[in-house]
Design a protein around this ligand. Structure first.
Ligand code: SF4
Ligand code: SF4
Length: 276
């Protein structure tokens, strides 16, 4: 069992523990303040810090281990994410009392373009996000938070996946779970932190992709669509069979979606390997 599940799972995978969605966690003043200031501090300052660290990383080739550790520990305590395949997204969203779609804070922070690929969900009739300050996006709350039915949200997320989105679930001051993002490795600040400076602020899925060598025809489409460079080829009787590196694979399922031969499936990852 991974560190998050041990601490916050109550014997389950942490994001399947109903207690982590409960509104009584919002009685914590520190958490309420974190949510109120989320866009300006976590996103705004986080993005500026990442920019500075990326510049330093490029100059020096590495960052001090203490800096990386501090960044990872801060993320784990405040706003930590994990990649989830669409079937688990479905399970989680269907249990929500209400769901809203809103602009993606990462994309807005980086490009100032509004892309509505983030969803906040509430498991209580009194949604935690009702006071969310949407002025960050130049919107009023009414305009910024768009109510959607659970089934509709799942369908929208499946369409986003068709366009290369990776689903992930996020804490708003751990362990409270509030949101699902559908982003790409290039646009998600957490995924960029991993690739840009080697700090892990998002966990891999509980799953890893596996290839049925008998079904693979070596078309290479899965490797083209993998945003983590986790797929290579292995020649077998003149065919370049796909081979997945489990250490690189984040279990997003995009390769599975791509494979017309249905040669790829997601299997439960060995415990202890979820957090790189
Ligand atoms: S997409 Fe499917 S058939 Fe094509 S290389 Fe990947 S696993 Fe093989
Ligand atoms: S190998 Fe497949 S499941 Fe793993 S990260 Fe790449 S696209 Fe996602």
């Amino acid at each position: 069992m991974c560190e998050f599940c041990t601490k916050h799972g109550d014997g389950k995978v942490w994001y399947k523990n109903a207690a982590n969605y409960a509104n009584d966690l919002l009685s914590d003043i520190k958490r309420r303040k974190f949510i109120e200031d989320f866009h300006l501090t976590t996103m705004g300052e986080g993005f500026r810090t990442l920019g500075r660290l990326e510049t330093l990383f490029m100059k020096k080739g590495r960052l001090p281990a203490g800096v990386i550790r501090a960044l990872e520990e801060k993320a784990k305590a405040e706003h930590f994410g994990q990649v989830l395949p669409i079937e688990e997204i479905r399970e989680i969203v269907l249990k929500a009392e209400s769901v809203v779609r809103m602009p993606c804070a990462c994309r807005w922070t980086m490009t100032k373009k509004e892309e509505r690929c983030c969803y906040a969900m509430s498991y209580s009739p009194d949604p935690w996000y009702k006071g969310f300050d949407m002025s960050y996006f130049g919107k009023s709350s009414d305009e910024g938070l768009e109510a959607v039915r659970s089934e509709e949200a799942i369908e929208q997320m499946a369409v986003l996946e068709e366009h290369g989105a990776i689903h992930s679930i996020w804490t708003m001051m751990t362990p409270f779970i509030g949101a699902i993002c559908n982003c790409t490795a290039k646009d998600c600040i957490a995924m960029r932190t991993r690739s840009g400076i080697g700090a892990h602020t998002i966990a891999r899925a509980e799953y890893v992709a596996t290839v049925d060598r008998e079904l693979c025809i070596g078309c290479g489409l899965c490797a083209e669509h993998c945003q983590f460079d986790a797929i290579e080829g292995d020649m077998q009787e003149g065919v370049r069979i796909a081979v997945i590196d489990p250490e690189r694979c984040y279990g997003c399922g995009l390769c599975r979606k791509t494979c017309a031969s249905e040669a790829i499936s997601l299997a439960r990852r060995q415990s202890g390997h979820v957090h790189p």
